[in-house]
Design a protein around this ligand. Structure first.
Ligand SMILES: [Zn+2]
Length: 446
């Protein structure tokens, strides 16, 4: 049997769920030559020095050879190309050229939980976007929804618009976590290049520092230099296997720069507007003249962040207590006031679930489509800030649809402000990137 046929048959047999199978398919393994005889699971790969075989469920679990496998390499590699035809993967609706790794991903993460109802994802996939898509289609399992509402459950239908169910979402999440078992196979972190500074980066740094001499106390200038250094570093690593591990901004702009190109501005206990520039990298050894600044940063990153995090926790507790008696009532206070805002792509997400003040009262916005009608318009958005109800209650229109669902749980939402402070302190502990950004001051102060 040829490699491609074998792979797709094993996928159809759900072997992607078996960690041992995936590891033996994507790496070279060495085990007792007779090990397979005691556990003949279907499609089990048996690697020998001269050929690759598999336990063939169609031939009474005896061995069959994988004809076109090259035994100097693993049976499959994640980036080996494969041409797939419509239907060869249950959720594939068009012909596509992709890789074995991508095919494995689709079987494990999409076909296993959802069958053919979430479309095949080629290329690099964003876990966040995929989850957003899945969640936007997820509803209660039919039997549970049935029990709660007493109405018959909708029929389970196939197709890319069909609903997905919570039990399937749980399978999807488990499958995503299963992927972490394969990091050693497909995202090596340690390569010759990831362990080193890009050759010439120190010369580039010296050149840039020299060009900007006299302006090095300006964070915007230093941010510009850092950007150039990161670009140079990325260029050098772009074809390296290890670059697939360095996918976060932090690994490039904090970890690799501090380690190999330049320590950057040390803010110590202050903020980055008044910071001390440390021009060398950690790999070159400490610049002892900058010892105080580096120590300040160390203490800011350890004790100070810890103390600030505790403050955030205290604020959460305080907010929970002061807001414990707040409630949402079902009526409409009828206020004519609200938050003034101009709707654009950036704040559109705030609208669904809220209400807009109109000439005759208010209009509830219940969907993203309804919100889109206000794009580019200046509106007054009803907000608890302007609720006219007496005492400590808010009306359901000012509070919005989501908060009204749990009328006595407002304090949970309010305590979230404390969590935001806590998050800021916790986040700062992990290193900051110095960079410039464009600001529209009118938007920022509106
Ligand atoms: Zn109100």
């Amino acid at each position: 049997m040829d490699k491609r046929t074998f792979f797709l048959r094993a996928m159809r047999g759900e072997e992607y769920r078996r960690r041992a199978w995936v590891i033996s398919a994507f790496s070279q393994t060495r085990e007792n030559p007779d090990a397979w005889k005691t556990d003949r699971y279907p499609w089990r790969i048996v690697q020998t020095p001269t050929a690759y075989f598999f336990v063939d469920p169609e031939k009474e679990n005896e061995l069959t050879a994988i004809d076109d496998a090259d035994t100097t390499a693993p049976p499959f590699r994640f980036r080996d190309p494969i041409d797939l035809k419509t239907g060869e993967v249950p959720n594939l609706y068009r012909d596509v050229r992709t890789t074995y790794g991508n095919t494995l991903f689709n079987f494990l993460v999409l076909v296993y939980p959802f069958g053919n109802r979430v479309e095949f994802q080629p290329g690099r996939v964003s876990a966040g976007q995929l989850e957003d898509h899945v969640l936007s289609r997820t509803i209660d399992d039919p039997e549970r929804a049935d029990k709660r509402s007493g109405t018959p459950a909708p029929p389970v239908t196939d197709g890319l618009k069909a609903p997905l169910y919570t039990s399937e979402y749980v399978k999807f999440s488990n499958a995503m976590f299963q992927l972490t078992a394969f990091t050693q196979l497909c995202v090596p972190a340690v390569t010759r290049k990831t362990m080193q500074a890009a050759p010439g980066i120190h010369e580039l740094r010296e050149k840039l520092l020299e060009q900007n001499r006299g302006r090095l106390d300006d964070p915007a200038v230093v941010a510009g230099i850092m950007k150039e250094l990161v670009k140079y570093d990325k260029d050098w690593l772009k074809d390296d296997e290890g670059a697939n591990f360095l996918i976060t901004k932090k690994s490039w702009e904090v970890v690799r720069t501090r380690l190999f190109s330049m320590m950057d501005m040390e803010a110590g206990f202050g903020d980055l507007t008044k910071a001390d520039l440390v021009k060398t990298s950690l790999a070159e050894g400490w610049d002892i003249s900058k010892f105080p600044s580096m120590n300040d940063t160390l203490r800011a990153g350890s004790y100070k962040r810890g103390a600030e995090t505790a403050l955030g926790g205290e604020l959460v507790k305080w907010l929970l207590r002061v807001s414990a008696n707040l409630g949402v009532t079902q009526e409409d206070c009828g206020t004519r006031l609200g938050l003034e805002m101009t709707v654009d792509e950036g704040n559109l997400y705030k609208l669904p679930g809220s209400a807009v003040v109109t000439a005759t009262g208010h209009e509830k916005i219940d969907s993203e489509e309804a919100a889109c009608r206000y794009l580019g318009k200046k509106i007054m958005l009803r907000s608890p800030m302007f609720c006219a109800l007496p005492k400590t209650d808010y009306c359901s229109v000012c509070a919005g649809a989501r908060l009204s669902l749990n009328p006595t749980a407002l304090s949970v939402a309010i305590s979230d402000y404390g969590s935001a402070f806590m998050g800021l302190s916790l986040g700062a502990m992990h290193g900051k990137v110095l960079e410039t950004a464009r600001m529209d001051y009118r938007k920022a102060i509106s």
